[in-house]
Design a binder for this molecule. Structure first.
Ligand code: MN
Length: 317
């Protein structure tokens, strides 16, 4: 697979690198890590990064390129960190001559001519680091390339703490660190809070309803978010701030949708041990066992959902 990828890269004059919509640092880190390595290794090829300059911490990455349809039609497209075709940021990727997918999400929707999918990997950056390490014959990568890849590994593993963090993850991180990375500075850039974020975290910790069974909930209206000067997307990113407490079993954040006609909420659900995605699915949502979501539920529906979560904690269902 990797041999085919290298052959296709060497044959291509134009390479377009894509990733998913509303990108996180794994999507952006794998995209810019690959773009930077391709530009350094093949200065005569035309290499582009596609997609909107948005998502989580886009300011830590470069501005994407504006690319014509003709250029894409002529290119090898490499799509990173994106499980299904509909989520690719810039749907013109389908016009490319050849399409490669590199990803760590379970594979419901094959869409590429070559699929490099490793579900056990903790991040796409971890997979890509392994690929570039073998292409580079174990030589050091440039500091710039290594830093982009390291950011994706660090954030997707929540600083090497998720249950899919392995010795391979740490080996890849150690290989990248050899490229003279400034580890404390990277941490600071990714995780230091702004004053606004600090105030928002204080708000949700002070206003969450904590039930004796271990169910923790917070409802956030658009008006509240406006007063706290935080966008719905950035608010959602902070769900973890309600967790990490031994006595909490499930924590849920409901954020009002931006539809002015009705009062509805998007809910993010997290749990320590109990399984919650089957319940989320019954309400039109889904996700992983301990991290799920529902969309556009009204107040009444949110209450029946919470009742189901409550009885799940108590072991009644
Ligand atoms: Mn990822």
């Amino acid at each position: 697979m990797q041999k085919t990828l290298l052959n296709w890269v060497e044959e291509a004059q134009v390479i377009c690198v894509f990733r998913h919509q509303i990108p996180d640092p794994d999507a952006l880190g794998s995209q810019w890590g690959l773009v930077s390595w391709l530009k350094e290794t093949y200065p005569n090829k035309r290499v582009y990064a596609l997609g909107k300059h948005t998502g989580v911490k886009p300011e830590l990455f470069e501005q994407p390129d504006v690319v014509s349809d003709e250029e894409i039609e002529d290119s090898l497209a490499i799509v990173l960190d994106t499980a299904n075709a509909a989520r690719v940021d810039d749907q013109r990727f389908v016009k490319a001559k050849r399409i490669v997918k590199i990803d760590h999400h379970p594979q419901p929707d094959p869409y590429a001519h070559l699929e490099i999918v490793m579900e056990k990997a903790a991040s796409t950056c971890e997979i890509l680091t392994g690929i570039l390490k073998s292409f580079a014959r174990d030589e050091e990568l440039s500091t710039k390339t290594a830093q982009y890849l390291y950011m994706g590994i660090l954030t997707d593993t929540m600083k090497f703490s998720t249950n899919n963090t392995t010795s391979h993850t740490l080996k890849m991180a150690a290989y990248l660190a050899q490229s003279h990375l400034d580890l404390p500075r990277i941490n600071e850039e990714l995780f230091a809070l702004s004053m606004t974020e600090y105030k928002f975290i204080n708000y949700i910790r002070n206003h969450a309803t904590i039930e004796e069974c271990g169910l923790v909930t917070i409802f956030l209206t658009l008006k509240t978010l406006e007063e706290l000067d935080i966008s719905p997307n950035s608010a959602k990113e902070r769900i973890g701030e309600l967790g990490n407490v031994r006595d909490f079993e499930i924590w849920a954040m409901f954020i009002e949708t931006e539809d002015p006609a009705v009062v509805r909420f998007n809910g993010s659900l997290r749990s320590r041990k109990v399984i919650i995605n089957d319940i989320a699915r019954r309400y039109g949502g889904g996700g992983h066992q301990h991290a799920a979501a529902v969309k556009g539920v009204d107040v009444e529906t949110s209450q029946t959902l919470l009742a189901e979560l409550r009885s799940r904690i108590k072991g009644d269902s």
